[in-house]
Write a protein that binds this ligand. Structure first.
Ligand SMILES: *Cc1c(COP(=O)(O)O)cnc(C)c1O
Length: 377
């Protein structure tokens, strides 16, 4: 497996497009991706000139549903991007079987996962290649960036051959990213989450901060981002953080143990990772009956609760998602999940005081109606 700090790109989605291009996937080809994802993934597919095809998620989970995948495969399908949402390993066995049967490539989106395993094997080592992201909200944050990993030497050779065409970002962009990183690392903690979120949105609207999403590609023109490498300054940070990932994973496990054991409100559903998996959560997702009300109260009480994904192709609204090929109503589980999900942080700045507060908040929250509990199968 390649070292994560070797083949680095400006963003995770740039890494995805590099993988697709190196596999010879392009115009007229389809790439199956899950709904309940962010715009970055279809962006990466479009950047390779291919077309995303959205697949619904499991009825009660967060990852790709194998039977929906089987139905979405067409003669034009050349690859599947399987996402391990929040770090929860996807149902790899069945998905890999579908990939093998149809002779299509399996690519793993590891943007949320770093130390998760399934059946003792590390997530990211099941497909032909995987990619990571290092921006805000990911297990490793260095400011911006992504990387590609693969065990396939042919594929690696081909990605490396194209790599020399990728440029280093402009100095202005690098300075922006450094400033953002500095502000983020000095100020971010669960108690500043809401105010920083607001500030970041203002600044990216003004063009001062580097936002997370590009305009939807029009007429086959892709954003300049897709020609860029990760800024070289960030490599040292990335290596240092990769070395510290075990400590981070251990912290996440300890917090999640408390979230799992102590959040007992009847209106809340906990995630259920596959059997034989060990999940290291980048955030801990829960399903609540009244998402908007919960979020409003959390904000008022200054408790960090994230809301993603808000829509099947976050942050696109139903009308906008048509532009990336998502048909509203086509992935009902993803749409349902987007209405229920909130997530709790697991990063190193989460202290016991936050854990007690958020658990207290959730346990005492009185929903006016409750989620239907999943029926036993
Ligand atoms: C963040 C993220 C990406 C892309 O990351 P960028 O570095 O922003 O391009 C892809 N997939 C998932 C699931 C992500 O969370």
């Amino acid at each position: 497996m390649t070292d994560n700090s070797k083949l680095t790109f400006f963003r995770g989605r740039v890494g995805l497009s590099a993988i697709l291009k190196a596999l010879g996937i392009g115009k007229g080809d389809q790439v199956a991706i899950q709904a309940f994802t962010c715009l970055a993934v279809p962006e990466g597919v479009f950047a390779a000139s291919a077309t995303p095809r959205f697949v619904d998620i499991e009825k009660e989970g967060y990852n790709m549903d194998p039977s929906s995948l089987a139905k979405a495969i067409t003669p034009a399908t050349r690859a599947i991007v399987v996402q391990h949402t929040f770090g929860i390993p996807a149902n790899i066995d069945q998905i890999r079987e579908i990939a093998n049967q149809n002779k299509i490539h399996l690519i793993e989106d590891c943007c949320h996962s770093f130390r998760s395993t399934l059946d003792g094997q590390k997530v990211g080592e099941f497909g032909i290649a995987s990619f990571h992201s290092y921006e805000w909200g990911k297990p490793i944050i260095v400011g911006i960036g992504g990387s590609v990993q693969s065990k396939d030497s042919e594929l690696l050779k081909s990605i490396e051959a194209d790599y020399k065409n990728y440029r280093v970002p402009s100095l202005t962009t690098q300075v922006k990213i450094e400033l953002q990183y500095a502000v983020h690392s000095m100020t971010y903690r669960p108690s500043t989450f809401w105010i920083l979120k607001k500030l970041f949105h203002r600044l990216s609207h003004l063009g001062i901060a580097k936002g997370s999403f590009n305009p939807i590609p029009q007429n086959g023109k892709t954003a300049d981002d897709f020609q860029l490498r990760m800024p070289p300054r960030l490599h040292k940070r990335l290596r240092r953080q990769i070395n510290a990932i075990d400590k981070h994973a251990e912290h996440s496990r300890r917090l999640v143990e408390q979230y799992q054991g102590r959040i007992r409100s009847a209106g809340i559903l906990h995630p259920e990772p596959p059997e034989l998996s060990e999940t290291v959560y980048v955030r801990y997702p829960i399903r609540v009956a009244e998402k908007e009300t919960v979020l409003r109260h959390a904000r008022k009480m200054n408790i960090e609760l994230a809301d993603w994904y808000r829509t099947p192709v976050h942050p696109l609204t139903a009308e906008q998602s048509g532009e990336v090929g998502y048909k509203p109503g086509s992935c009902p589980n993803a749409e349902q999940r987007a209405k229920e999900i909130v997530s709790l942080p697991t990063h190193l700045r989460v202290r016991q005081r936050y854990v007690d507060r958020v658990i207290d908040f959730l346990n005492n929250f009185e929903p006016s109606h409750q989620l239907a509990l999943p029926t036993a199968n």
